[in-house]
Design a binder for this molecule. Structure first.
Ligand code: TXA
Ligand code: MG
Length: 313
């Protein structure tokens, strides 16, 4: 494992991209200060240049030279970092951050992950790592090394952890650059948990200007069509159930009805069911819209939205 970290660090040092596990999903990382390396992330993912990247740090002190973290963010950050929380804050002038990381915005997304191997990587590399999720743009996020290779090809070096990503859903994103903190993306940290610290948090509903590609309607999509709130499967449909076992279920996100477990299984199971040789479509049982259920439903609604209905791309 140590030698894997060394190889990953060598690649980052030579301006390459690597995939690495986090507690949410795998990331596709590059040195955040190296413009050419960051460009490789965009070309590898076929990600449009207007979508900014999150920068991963070992701890809050790494933010000092990069951004202004407002006082009001500190209680939240101190409680949930390291963990699946990303904050968007004003970028400092002269920050050692490649311009395409922020896609020309005056703000930057920061996250301190808690996955042990990811933390070892950050500690060993000693510098911020820019990383979006390690999947081709608009497709399913990846929670195993095998998913990453299937999505991005065999050419990518993947720092592997046999235990897949614990949360299985991307980080929750909060924008602190606005006058009232705004939730930009539902994620592995529930809204309820955030409201304990920021009761006044606003929910972003705007899609007219892309602040977060998670706000694009068509996103996180498998190749097969998705049918939501299904009680049973139609012919040739896979049935992704939740809760009490059903005789026709193909897989069950959580037989005990545990939403955390369902979140951690979501992308993993969609990767398995997204098989056109076996199925015509994927039917998915209703998921309660509370706690992590909000993030699960958010991903499912986007996955079920046909590309033609996308508002902007
Ligand atoms: O859990 C995660 O957040 C994973 C792991 C790898 O850390 N990363 C991830 O990155 O999901 P990505 O690029 O797939 O999604 C990050 C989101 C994008 O929707 C991006 O637009 C938004 O964060 N974002 C990044 N910087 C931003 C900024 N300055 N303002 C608004 N949104 C920003
Ligand atoms: Mg993504």
């Amino acid at each position: 494992m140590i030698s894997d970290i060394k190889k990953a660090i060598d690649l980052l040092n030579t301006g390459d991209v690597i995939a690495f596990p986090t507690e949410t999903v795998y990331g596709l990382g590059a040195d955040a200060s190296n413009e050419q390396a960051v460009q490789k992330i965009f070309t590898t993912k076929k990600r449009p240049g207007f979508n900014p990247l999150i920068v991963h740090l070992l701890d809050l002190s790494w933010a000092d030279t990069i951004a202004y973290v407002p006082q009001e963010a500190l209680p939240l950050v101190n409680n949930y970092w390291p963990g699946p929380l990303t904050i968007v804050v004003p970028l400092k002038e002269g920050a050692p951050i490649a311009p395409s990381v922020t896609a020309g915005l005056s703000t930057i997304g920061l996250r301190v992950p808690r996955h042990p191997l990811c933390r070892e990587l950050l500690k060993g590399y000693g510098k911020p790592i820019a990383a979006p999720s390690a999947n081709a743009s608009n497709t399913l996020s990846c929670t195993t090394a095998a998913h990453v290779r299937r999505s991005l090809g065999q050419g990518i070096y993947v720092l592997e952890d046999p235990a897949s990503c614990e949360c299985g859903l991307e980080s929750t994103i909060i924008d602190f650059s606005t006058s009232i903190p705004t939730l930009l993306r539902y994620g592995a940290l529930s809204l309820e948990a955030i409201q304990d610290y920021i009761p006044s948090i606003k929910l972003s509903t705007t899609v007219e200007k892309i602040k977060s590609p998670g706000q694009l309607k068509h996103h996180y999509a498998p190749t097969l069509p998705i049918r939501l709130n299904a009680e049973y499967p139609l012919e040739k449909e896979a049935f992704l159930n939740f809760g009490a076992p059903h005789p026709k279920e193909t897989l069950n996100l959580s037989r005990e009805g545990n939403l955390e477990k369902a979140g951690s299984n979501l992308f993993k199971m969609l990767h398995v069911l997204d098989d056109p040789n076996q199925f015509y479509a994927i039917a998915i049982a209703p998921i309660p819209n509370s706690g992590i259920g909000k993030a699960i439903n958010d991903r499912l609604i986007r996955a079920a939205t046909p590309k033609s209905l996308e508002e902007s791309s």
